[in-house]
Write a new protein. Structure first.
Length: 365
């Protein structure tokens, strides 16, 4: 009956429209609905709107056709609702994963930009010094034997500094690429402490800082790469020396606690603001003036990668590194799993890769 079509269409729209409008209002009005619930509502709107339209067209006359239609829609709903729940959960997980991936990409891009800015800034100074002094020597501007010797020593120091920066960049690139290769051995952390204190003794003496080992009588053994652990502790000790006032001590401790072994470095500096902890291990991070390391007393300035490298190497061992304040100064503590024990769980907010790791805290070693 062609003449009934306009009436059928009108009644269908009249009855199904409010259902669609109500569903839309629910989705827009309840902004805190979970993704699963939103998906369920989206799935229910079409069959309910169809059912309302059929009922309106039938004039509330529950005929066999209406019963069959309602049965079909109910059957579809029985299948569609669980499917909507599963799809909603899947979509929610994928959305969260995509958001995290985007955040990680943004953090990685920001890290790359900061690293490029650091390279262009920090490498420029020693290169400029070397170039200026070599030109002075080549042009004969400096001819006195004493001055030539002083220039040669300064060029050597700048070259050593550049070499250290390049080594740090190479180490950091391996950590970021997941290409760190550890040669594990049964390692006594007391020996590492003694070795690092001996290696840093000259820097501590120039800075008028006292290095004090705090070691137990019994061995503190872990399965670790001796080179990597020494690098970690050296970076932390040099960093502590740079922030400790003249005549004050830096305590370097090794020991056991529960299911892990630890290395602890306590300085006597000004400490770190609580809100700055989250980014303390970021690449090439520079601190506030209160935490800027001194450059006098012959103490070499840092590459800006020391703490980032330390965290990366500790994480490669299945451990983690934390930072906290004490009175006076701050404490860096490395936790490493003991042989046969469980891996130390990563603490959110202190490991890299999050890691999204105080921007105005402490300058790195």
């Amino acid at each position: 009956m062609p003449t009934d079509i306009p009436q059928i269409v009108g009644l269908s729209l009249l009855w199904s429209g409010p259902v669609v409008l109500l569903g839309t209002c629910l989705l827009l009005g309840l902004g805190r609905l979970s993704l699963v619930m939103s998906t369920v509502i989206l799935v229910l709107i079409p069959p309910l709107a169809i059912l309302a339209g059929v009922i309106g067209v039938s004039g509330y006359m529950f005929t066999d056709d209406l019963k069959r239609t309602a049965t079909v829609l109910a059957s579809v709903a029985i299948i569609a609702i669980p499917a909507a729940v599963l799809l909603g959960r899947f979509q929610a997980r994928r959305t969260v994963w995509e958001r995290q991936a985007r955040e990680q990409e943004r953090a990685a891009e920001q890290s790359r930009r900061e690293l490029i800015a650091w390279v262009s800034h920090d490498l420029r100074t020693p290169l400029a010094d070397i170039r200026a002094m070599t030109e002075a020597l080549a042009d004969g501007v400096v001819s006195d034997t004493v001055d030539v010797s002083a220039f040669a020593r300064q060029i050597d120091r700048d070259a050593v500094r550049l070499s250290g920066m390049v080594d740090d960049l190479f180490e950091m690139s391996k950590i970021n690429a997941g290409a760190v290769r550890l040669e594990l051995e049964n390692l006594d952390l007391r020996e590492v402490v003694d070795e690092v204190i001996a290696g840093c003794a000259a820097a501590a003496e120039r800075a008028d800082v006292v290095l004090r080992p705090v070691l137990p009588d019994s061995p503190v053994t872990v399965d670790a790469d001796s080179r990597a652990v020494s690098r970690v502790l050296t970076n932390l000790v040099i960093n502590a020396i740079a922030h400790t006032p003249d005549g004050c001590p830096v305590d370097v401790e090794a020991g056991h606690a529960d299911s892990y072994a630890y290395l602890r470095v306590d300085d006597a500096g000004p400490g770190i603001a609580e809100h700055e902890f989250a980014r303390i291990f970021e690449i090439a991070y520079r601190g506030t003036s209160s935490r800027t390391p001194r450059d006098n007393n012959g103490l070499p300035s840092g590459s800006g990668l020391g703490l980032a490298i330390a965290e990366g190497l500790v994480s490669a061992h299945g451990g983690h590194i934390t930072v906290s304040n004490r009175a006076p100064g701050s404490r860096f503590e490395v936790h490493l799993p003991v042989p046969g024990g469980p891996h130390v769980p990563t603490i959110a907010g202190t490991n890299a890769a999050a890691r999204s790791r105080t921007r105005e805290g402490r300058a790195r070693a």
